[in-house]
Design a protein around this ligand. Structure first.
Ligand code: ATP
Ligand code: MG
Length: 183
């Protein structure tokens, strides 16, 4: 599974509709301070279901919406869409047969968040479920931020086990068991 395209509109500094193509396995993002490099990573984490504003370097969840700049008015909503190439079939279950998977999130100023899977409205849970066990997710090890290496080095056994279980693909089943037990 590979992330091939990132589409943004109204998200942080990406006010105009923007499409970023990631044609190969390695892509570098370069640019001066404050040009929006980290905003791209925030966008990926946000669309995967991150719900803590602090993890997106904001105070409120609506802080991801373009808040205006010199000569540019704020906008009413933010949208991010990720396209994944799933031709290797890493995504299992209902979406296994799709060669391309689209995950989209939209938020408006009233704080309403909407999620879409291949264009169909879904719950946040459907998105987190889909990626559980693939290593991709809002807080997964596929995004290594500043400070995270030392976080892992200093992690207590419980936190460390969570990372290992995600890498081994066990977390999906543990999550299901927890749910069943709480019913
Ligand atoms: P550095 O090299 O310093 O890490 P960077 O390229 O990672 O910089 P970002 O942190 O991605 O930069 O972008 C910061 C910019 O995004 C700032 O100019 C900030 O004003 C702008 N920004 C963040 N949130 C919003 C928002 N909601 N509306 C408008 N602009 C925003
Ligand atoms: Mg940065």
């Amino acid at each position: 599974m590979r992330l091939t395209t990132i589409k943004l509109a109204g998200f942080k500094s990406f006010v105009d509709p923007t499409t970023l193509h990631l044609p190969t396995n390695m892509t570098g993002v370069v640019g001066p301070n404050g040009c929006g490099k980290s905003n791209i990573i925030d966008a990926i984490r946000w669309v995967m279901g991150e719900s803590a504003a602090s993890r997106l370097r904001g105070d409120a969840l609506t802080d991801v919406i373009f808040s205006g700049s010199n000569g540019r008015k704020p906008v009413g909503s933010a949208m991010v869409e990720l396209l994944f190439d799933n031709s290797d079939g890493l995504i299992v279950g209902e979406y296994a047969n799709y060669n391309e998977i689209s995950v989209k999130r939209v938020v408006s100023r009233d704080g309403q968040s909407q999620y879409f899977l291949n264009g169909v409205r879904c719950r946040r849970r459907d998105i987190t479920d889909l990626f559980l066990g693939t290593g991709l997710g809002p807080r997964s090890y596929s995004i290594i931020e500043q400070g995270m290496i030392s976080e892992i080095v200093e992690a207590d056994p419980e936190q460390l086990r969570n990372h290992l279980e995600e890498a081994a693909g066990i977390s999906k089943y543990k999550e299901r068991r927890k749910e069943t037990e709480s019913r």
